[in-house]
Design a protein around this ligand. Sequence first.
Ligand code: ZN
Length: 501
Amino acid sequence: MRIVTGGIAQETNTFQWQPTTLEDFGRPGFGTLARGEQILAMEGTGTVYGGAVAEARRQGIGLVPTAYGAVMPGGRVARAAFDALCEEILAGIRAALPVDGVFLVLHGAMALEDHDDAEGLLLAAVREVVGPEVPIVAPLDLHTNLSDEMVVLADALVGYKQYPHTDMPETGAQALRILASIVRGEARPAMAHARLPLVAPNQSMVTTWQSPLKTAIDRARELEQEPGVLAATVLGGFPFADVPFAGLATIVVTDGDPERARQAANELAGICWERRADFTIRPTPVADAIERAMAGPEGSVYVLADIADSGASGTAGDGTTVLRALMEAGARSAAVAQIMDPAAVAACVAAGVGSEVTLSVGGKHDGLHGPPVDVTGRVRLIHEGSFRVAGAMGAGTLASRGRTVVLEIGGRDGIELQLTEFRGHPHDLNFFRAFGIEPTERRILVLKSAAHFRAAFEPIATEVIEVDAPGISSPNLSSFDYRRLRRPIYPLDPDTTWSPG
Ligand SMILES: [Zn+2]
């Protein structure tokens, strides 16, 4: 069996003005550009390929790699970047023909500068090359905004079930198994989907607590145990994308039973709709969170999650509201990951380790994440920036936010501020440890992350507090100026009515 594989994975926050370029894909630790054998070498990592390559090996399937590009979530992808990656994948597929199947690795919420549905475009291009008979199966992120084109063009789509996404390898393996069974003629996929008039904040999709989305996902897991159900997926969607088809959707793939697929997709959608009011998130005022953390018992660790400025949701990553409040409160033993500010990094590097500097940091990218804040501190560390992720999500992958400075504000036990050249999402303890900060020994950890931090930090946290600061991954969806999103949609239009099927 010969399965050709490649893909493009990016999550687009359309409220981010800065486009995502090919250079971004190619920046190690910020993006991933893997070609040929480099794709197969991802076996065993905490990625989709980590599981899919291992599964192919186990089954003795010949996996023919083309090209794979992934990058930190951000603004719309430049058309030139998409075209270049797409053409490389298509050239690889043409060279591999004839093939038995296509394993296409997608995120599901990628938009281009001039097109809302990048996955639909890529699937159409691949379908044109391989023709109507060759099965195409794609694993998807839980935050997929599902378009009709994706459903029409793919034979089977399978989403992650965990947020934080600790099940990327399992989903990759599952999708590959489904593709292999189709190729062998053991399964004839019948796929159905339901798209709800419902958009929900990312923070309400978390599966480390019984979020409303998890209730539906638990049912999807049960459905997958039933004979004839190949995959059952609940997509939370990505709400920070102003595209017509953003929001929640469900997909069920059965073996040759379209009616059963339709029923099951509607059942999962019904569970989400029933609980639509529960997707509301009410973050804590920043000052209250800091006060609670500072009053905590000796040895406690409070995670203050800056959920509205999450690099993993494509925000600026330079929000200053929490840092300003820490300084006003005279907080001690606080470590901040991180504020993106290349100019501040350059100034600290020029000053050198041990120097005292006075800088205006953050708040420069788009004016949507709080104004710049003046700080005086000592440059404790200058780091080239790269390190390996060790925890449950993305294990073994490289992370980098570019050159990274640790600035000590208020003395030895004050505020340790990481200044970075690029935004990032601190979802692993090594976002501190790599820079000489032991997170289990700090009273306050400020994380610019909507939810992925939970995989590594919930186990060490006395308490996680989602704080109310501004940004373009805010759970307050009514603060966004949607123009392309379909209407009516809940909760923007509270009286929206709907019933599954
Ligand atoms: Zn996601």
